[in-house]
Design a protein around this ligand. Sequence first.
Ligand SMILES: [Zn+2]
Length: 496
Amino acid sequence: MGAPKRRSPASKSKNKRKPDYVMGPVPRDIFSLSHPEPPGPSARSLPELERLELLVANPDLYDVADKVFPARTPGTWGRRPAYPPFIYMILLAAISIFDTAEMACASFQHEHIWKTVREGVRQIRGDAAADGLPETGPQRHHWHDFRPKMLDVLQELREASRDAWINQALTQGLLARKRRGTLVRPHRSQVITGDGTVAKPASDQTEEFTIDKKTGELKLHRVDPDATMQLEGGDREIYGNKIVSFSVRDECSPHSRVILNVDTARHQSEVLDPDRQEEARVAVRLAREIRARAPGNHTIVYDKAWRGKHRAPLIRSGLTVFTRQYDGLKPQPLKKYRYESAGCTHDVYAAEGRACDRLLTVDGKTLYNPIPVKDVEFRDGNESRFYHVLEILCRYGPHTERIPVYETREDQTLDPRTKRPRFNRTEHLRIVPPGTEAGERLIGFRQDSESTFSTLDETHRLRRIPAYGADGALLIYIGYAWAKNSVALGITRRTR
Ligand SMILES: [Zn+2]
């Protein structure tokens, strides 16, 4: 018993049919990069005490606590809490600094640590607030009393935190509205990376009772009510709740990453939700929430869970969306171009995310030759539009054509034969095609975003988030994001 049965999803990809066509080489074009990305900054590790100092110096944390936990009439919460809500917010975030809630409370009993917290309160809220605090920090029973109150207003806490984090990013100069770099090679501070990760519960138990085979003893286990088998990174299956988050960081400043938004994608097993629809849907919602608060033609990077239908509305909202291409898509006919003066025709298809010249090889195979893209055009508006300017190579000299790479009105109209939208354009044509240098650069940023999670993992003993249930995991993640963002805020201020 114990660990749940794991089904290897690798077998699925092994059975995948090989394409019955050949792709031509990736041409040198606008997606080729003239110089590599400068290596990322190596961040020095920060001692616990320094992280706590930066945390208690973050004024936004206090404001969000006041907003989400306003002073309520006595009796609403039963016993009056002995500490103001911002102390519990500090404690929540400190869990990721001190590994567990137990250790955070134990640390808050230490004279020096508690003095650090009170000094932070003094700087932000003044002498009266600092001197009004009890002589020692909250203990475990205080935390256990207050945690359910946090869970009661979890979505309000998530939303207020999200708004504060996005504002912080803007203040740090991240997600500037005016474009830095180019559409194809955006500045790092304008690339939002997202990830779905599995928050492993404090226990792998799926059975409430087990029988010890040797002694016959019946054992009771605590079972996470929300956790199920989840896919992480698309191929590893782990037991837990899925957390989706987005972040952004600056180019050359260590510890500048700001987590912008987070939520849980509710439990769906791979059998019930093989394409990770639930995760993809939550990720689209979070991306739109960010876009509404930080407008601009930013680039957003996610994984293959985002298909054409997820990308289309985000592209319409003005975001450049990049993901790897979903495997096994069939090339789609785009248009047959006829040039009377030269007397030539070009059969243009969409294959592997970009426009290709369809040709036949000498041994009768279909060859899709990627057409060089000279330029990517962007038209801002209520509905943003993106175009590729193609340079169709020809022995009579190149032909220039412009094709939309956003979902057009015509694409959305129903085909009378199939009763389905005419063309799922954002599935087959990509603003930045995967497999190009520009695309690989963006993927590199996302891998870096995964290190957010390894930091989270390292922060917690046994690589587990010490919380039961999807809500419990989200609460811990919100605290973790506050601790991380407070570091980004403090270090950025220091270096300026
Ligand atoms: Zn031609």
